[in-house]
Design a protein around this ligand. Sequence first.
Ligand code: SF4
Length: 391
Amino acid sequence: MSTLTREAALPVRKRVVADLERAVYPRCFIIPYMEIVHDRAVLELFRGCSQGCRFCQAGYLYRPVRERSVERLREQAGQMIAGTGFSELSLASLSSSDYSAIDKLVAVLEEDFAGEQVELSLPSLRADAHAVRLAGRLHKGKAVGVTIAPEAGTQRLRDVINKKVTEDDVLEAAATALQGSGSHVKLYFMLGLPTETPADLEGMVTLVRKISMIGRSGKGRKKGPSSINVSVSTFVPKAHTPFQWEPQPEVAEICGRLEFLRRELRKSKEVSFSWHDTGMSLLEAVLARGDRRLAPVLERAYQLGSRLDAWHDQFSFSRWEAALAQANLSARDYAGDAPAYTDPLPWDHLSAGIDKEFLIREHRRAMEGIITPACRHAYCAGCGLENCPTT
Ligand code: SF4
């Protein structure tokens, strides 16, 4: 008698589209009549990211970097705009300004769409003045809103997370962004990162104050006030990253750190401050590190009324707490866990192609504050990926 039972070969491996140049890309798609959140055509410049920020799951899951050629992107951009009628084209990737021919691409697209009502935008920029100038050029003299993500307030902590951005990079990028009339800068930081101390929070406040001084001095700015929005999210330890062995700090601790930032940052009137809901961040940590015990919890949370929880007005952490309690679990069991390197992890049967030994090495380097260079052009950090085009 034949049996349909088959065992999956473990680990389950990620599939990779090796040749993006020839991969199918949508040209005509359904356009709603109403205004939608991402109301624009999106051109994907490349897939993957070589920066290796140690908290970033996408940076590890989507390796290796695979670029499309300028010619192919030019062709796809023309087809997409003709096929959809969108008036905005977003040049998207995990870090768009890392595209190796970004200047050339912007120049040819500007040429192709000259005289047409098509606006180009660059949403994911690294903190460098050249990228900000490029974004400004695309806005053709209109007020520019630029997002810069220093992530941490001190160089020490930026080295821990492998964010290869210096304070000078951030200040230069902010100064460039704040030159336009009525310009605004959005700064993204993460709270509760591994090894964070009060000095890192003070560093965050000092960095914001330096940027607001630049805004006030109006160096090169024509007229109009500048504004600075500081947005803070809580560190969520993610599977398949070097920080999968790190705990998320307790909510009370996070609230205390947020209160410090709120108190200090409101002293500057051009600075507004927003933060991610701490209950939501805690739930994200639970789900990000979930194991099979969470299956009945998800079902129970649904039965208790959890729907559309990404909407703040719909979100109730107490429902999740109740669902966890009924399974004899707590959010802290997941978010606060700091497993040893030798402990089995719930996602060990899934492979993104990165060696666990590499993640351990990266975690150790983080604890020593040693950065690992970007692995795009000549350098390979040895993450274990097979058939990587860089190596
Ligand atoms: S194999 Fe080397 S170059 Fe390729 S993604 Fe891994 S570290 Fe980067």
